[in-house]
Design a protein around this ligand. Structure first.
Ligand SMILES: [Zn+2]
Length: 341
């Protein structure tokens, strides 16, 4: 089975009233963890790679691993998405390689850290929408800036400096025709999101509700949405790590988002924590071991467990067989007919 357009998965999720986890990958084990979790829970899935991941894996390794995933898990509708494309050129190279969805993050300049102007964001996003839709590829855009830094991308800070303005969001979607919109509601990338369990002062769910009220048809995306569970932090610290106490986005808040237009939920940190905890445990408990499989297998299993749990919590579990994938050429035709109409 071929990779599927993200637009189709998000449209189906909107119909079914559920969200879909988008999990970041850099290597084979992470892809295997996600695909196994998808099979176990019968979930459609979004696998995403950042620019950093593409550089780490030399791109083509990642692409062919994803091809293997579609061969080995033909029953799972699978999207390959570019996370935080920093320029139209980056998006173009992903589309040429076979990504079925791209994020053009024009909320920041191409350096990936300087907040941009609204006009710049509209311009680069429109350019990518035209290029991607011609090939049936989905486009996620971002308005407002998240806090923290992810693979060298991000403006840092606590995520409250550049919250998404609902007026601008409405205008932005009208001007660009993007398929999905990432919004800034106080979340940050990385493990250190909040210094206490987040309340309405730091996690602005009211902004999300207002954006959804104005853009009921737009698929919203929550970035920086790892929950950073204490159990996973504890495993790392128990086996020689030293993470400072930290709080992520509670799953209940994500579920509230999903009831209000959120269709894509980005999760990376939780999986990183699970992998590192599992590896540290083997190193501490069995220092005589040196076969990488001895620690990569438990690492893979630990990540699979987290991903499967999120798939159930986000509601995508059980929906893998609901629909037949629409080929990208058909999606391209559909975009053309909307553009004409
Ligand atoms: Zn992000």
């Amino acid at each position: 089975m071929a990779l599927v357009s993200m637009r189709q998965l998000l449209d189906e999720a909107a119909k079914g009233g559920y969200g879909i986890g988008a999990f970041n990958v850099n290597n084979m084990e992470q892809i295997q963890s996600i695909m196994e979790a998808a099979r176990e829970t019968k979930s459609p899935v979004i696998v995403q790679a950042s620019r950093g991941a593409r550089a780490y894996s030399q791109d083509r390794f990642l692409y062919h691993l994803m091809m293997a995933a579609t061969e080995l898990y033909p029953e799972i509708p699978t999207v390959l998405h570019l996370d935080h494309g920093n320029s139209p050129e980056t998006c173009k190279s992903a589309i040429e390689m076979g990504f079925t969805s791209v994020m053009m993050d024009g909320s920041l300049m191409p350096d990936g850290k300087t907040p941009s102007s609204f006009e710049y964001n509209v311009q680069v996003t429109k350019e990518v929408v035209e290029m991607a839709h011609a090939k049936g590829v989905t486009v996620e855009a971002e308005i407002g800036c998240l806090g923290g830094i992810e693979d060298g991308h991000g403006m840092g800070g606590d995520g409250l400096d550049h919250l998404t303005d609902p007026d601008q969001a409405e205008e932005f979607v009208k001007l660009t025709g993007c398929d999905a919109l990432a919004i800034a509601i106080g979340t940050s990338h990385g493990a250190y999101k909040f210094s206490r369990k987040p309340d309405g002062d730091v996690l602005k769910m009211d902004v999300l509700l207002e954006i959804h009220r104005r853009l009921p048809e737009t698929h919203l995306v929550m970035h920086g949405s790892s929950s950073v569970p204490k159990e996973l932090q504890d495993i790392i610290n128990k086996y020689g790590g030293s993470l400072k106490p930290t709080f992520g986005v509670p799953v209940e808040e994500i579920q509230l988002g999903i009831r209000n237009g959120v269709r894509k939920v980005n999760v990376d940190t939780d999986n990183r924590l699970a992998i590192t905890g599992a590896i540290r445990k083997v190193f501490m408990e069995s220092p005589e071991k040196f076969d990488p499989r001895d620690y990569l297998k438990p690492a893979r299993e630990a990540m699979k467990k987290v991903v499967a749990e999120r798939m159930v919590q986000f509601g995508q579990a059980g929906h893998a067989g609901d629909y037949k994938p629409i080929p990208l050429e058909k999606m391209a035709e559909r975009y053309r007919s909307i553009a004409v109409a």
